[in-house]
Each structure stands twice: as C-alpha cells, then as structure tokens.
Design a protein around this ligand. Structure first.
Ligand code: HEC
Length: 151
C-alpha cells in the first residue's frame, strides 16, 4: 500500500466516523422506550375500568405522596424513579425492569384498570409486589399521578 492509498483509506474512514458521529440521536423513535412486560393482564372487567377519580390537584398530590414514600413499605420511587422513568436506584440490579411511566408509546396502551390491578396485586415472580393495604381510592390516586409522567 503506497502512501497515496493509505491517505485515501484514512480519509474514507474519517468520513464514515464523522457521519456516524453526526447521525442525529433524534432518529431514535418514540417506540424505543417500550419494555417487555411480564405483567399478567387484569381480569377483563377490571382491565377495562377507567379511573373514577379526576386528575384534580388534590388527587394528584395525594398520589404523589403515596408514590414518594407513603405507600408502605417505601413507596414506588426507589424502583420506578422520582421521574417515573423506571430507573430508580434499586432498579439497576433487576433482571426485569420496573415500568417506565414516561414512555408514552407504551403507557397509552395500558388502561387505568390494568395499572390499578397490578398496584393492588403485584406481578407474580417479579419485584413488583402488591400493595394490599392501600385503599381503593389511594390506588386510583396513584394511577392518576403516574399518568402525569407521560403527559
Ligand atoms: C421493588 C421494586 C418496585 C417497587 C417498590 C414498585 N414497583 Fe412497580 N414494578 C416493578 C417491576 C420490576 C415491574 C415490572 C413487572 C413486570 O413486567 O411484570 C413493575 C411494574 C409496575 C407496573 C406495570 C403494570 C403493567 O401492566 O405494565 C405498575 C403500574 C407499577 N409497577 C406500579 C407501581 C406503583 C404504583 C408502586 C408503588 C405503590 C410500585 N410499582 C412499586 C418494581 C417495583
């Protein structure tokens, strides 16, 4: 290989690297956040249920309090994250990741009733345990609150 060829290869390589580098990350579609859900679907009559509570400031603030620690033992944020992105500090070591509530493309396909049911009953065989001691109203307040993450 003479020095001219080497120069050509080098420039071609540099050009490829440059293009890769410049490829806009914005090309990542909104679907890229969709997770594998091991969650069982709720029984049909619950699955279809819409949240009976409105997203009023009062309900959202109650939901937020439960999410941030009020729901015994330690709320939801250690796994689902303060911003609802599923990357709470305890999420790192989990095989199955906590749901990313900020993912619009996924959340729009999970009805209120399903969120409600999993919060109450958990997802068998995963770190997502059921919150049996929460009152119905509290669960719906949490559902209203976690919807805010994908608005
Ligand atoms: C110890 C970690 C942990 C805590 C604490 C936790 N979760 Fe989860 N959560 C998970 C994991 C892991 C999954 C994914 C389970 C699966 O895919 O089956 C999940 C899934 C979910 C889902 C998904 C339902 C579906 O059908 O996709 C909802 C809703 C949810 N969690 C709500 C909550 C709420 C609300 C709280 C607090 C009251 C909470 N979680 C607390 C780990 C946790």
């Amino acid at each position: 290989m003479n020095s001219f060829n080497r120069g050509v290869y080098f420039s071609a390589g540099a050009a490829v690297l440059f293009l890769l580098f410049m490829m806009p990350t914005a090309q990542a579609g909104e679907n890229d956040c969709v997770q594998n859900r091991a969650t069982q679907p709720a029984p049909p009559e619950i699955y279809e249920k819409a949240n009976p509570l409105k997203a009023t400031p009062k309900n959202l603030s109650a939901g937020r309090k439960l999410y941030m620690g009020g729901a015994k033992p330690f709320g939801c944020y250690p796994c689902h994250g303060i911003n609802g992105n599923g990357k709470g500090m305890t999420a790192l070591k989990m095989m199955l990741k906590p749901r990313n509530f900020t993912c619009k493309a996924m959340m729009k396909n999970i009805p209120d009733g399903q969120l409600y049911w999993v919060i109450k009953n958990g997802s068998e065989g995963t770190e997502m345990k059921g919150y049996k001691t929460l009152k119905d109203k509290e669960v719906w307040q949490i559902v209203a609150y976690i919807r805010e993450f994908s608005k």
